[in-house]
Design a protein around this ligand. Sequence first.
Ligand code: ATP
Length: 440
Amino acid sequence: MEFHLGIDDTDSLRFGCTTYIAALLVEKLLEMGVEFIDYPNLVRLNPNVPWKTRGNGAVCLRFRHGEDVSEEALEEAVELVEEHADFECANTNPGVVLHTGRVPQDFKMFSKRVIRSVVELREAERLIHKHGCSAVGFKNRRGLIGALAAVGETLEGDHTYELLTYRVRENRGKPRMVDPESVREMDRATRPMTFNNLDPETGRILITPRGADPVLYGIRGETPEAVYKAHLMVRVYEEVERWVIFRTNQGTDSHLKPVKDASEVRPYNPVVLEGRVAGWPRTIPGGHVIFPLEAGGVVECAAYEPTGSFRDVVRMLAPGDVVRVYGGVRPPENGLPMTINLEKLEVLRVSEAYRLENPTCPSCGGRMKSAGRGRGFACRRCGFHSLTMTKVRVPVERKLKEGLYIPPPRAQRHLTKPLQRYGMEKSGKPDRLFNPWHWP
Ligand code: ATP
């Protein structure tokens, strides 16, 4: 018999991590004599849902057993959630879903929508009921959405791997004792089979998270072999409690949905949209760069301050440029309109651009100034005045090159496909698991 066990929404910013519960559960299930049919799946859901804690991640464990172990497996999962979830946090609403048998098509379709849009709990509950799953939802039960979505995302399309190591309890909350030089060496030795180990612009190490969660570090890569090899190269000066290799949709862009025009852009639904730049980019307080995009209606696009040098590219846009924008959609708030928060920008055509400038003085060659509305231009240097002169169109030198631009790794979302992954996409499920894929 085949079982699929999804878990979500167990952590808060104060502590916990759903992947850690999965790591503990792996060991419990192995003690029960199950055979894993896939690596634990780490499924990133829509990064734009308003109630996520951090990366909106959910997990699913897929395994076989000669007997029906569904009740026992669910019990183990629920016990671990009860022990390790942060129930005091208002925003933590754990859910556990166990499905016996093949994953129904309904679930797969549901997952795609949970990754790309916002769904209601009712829908998850209806599907759980329809297919006779066992499920336990705590508090407002919202975690059932993510737990079911994790079951339904069988990662048959593009996918990557992440090896996550965990810290012993007494070290959680303290600085992570990972040798940065060993991470740089590991990065040089394993790229492009691993990705986003560090941020090239700042040199910052990205494999270590920064919160109080139990993760020591996570290494992302293309194959289980690659992340394992990389893991062996990282030197740490603290105890590693356990580690697990997850198969995941991280770094695959699976959240981005192409839409036809501006009318299909909705809050919280990440999109890919093609259009024409409709005005000069402007930098607003806080360092964010915004510009309007015409795509059968005008939508604002923003490159936020943390995207660093990516903003320099956005600043080089000019009216008329044809671009494809990728990003999450923020609802209108604080007097700002609905905005596409740029995760990528593809410059498809750089147009000729002009700026309107005041004319030069025909008498002395100086720059003229407006003499007031409807009063033409006057030269401050020689006093020449003309009622008929108008602003002149001056061509702007275009330095922008056509191509795909992505913010630096430190500003990328878990789901964003990094530049180095283009051409490395893969599909299918593993038919056997690399050994070792977990420890202990
Ligand atoms: P993690 O920290 O593990 O990366 P997270 O903590 O940021 O993830 P969760 O704590 O899992 O996020 O909270 C997200 C909540 O939102 C869960 O209850 C989940 O069921 C729900 N959820 C996720 N995606 C959607 C969606 N597309 N529509 C509606 N609810 C969603």
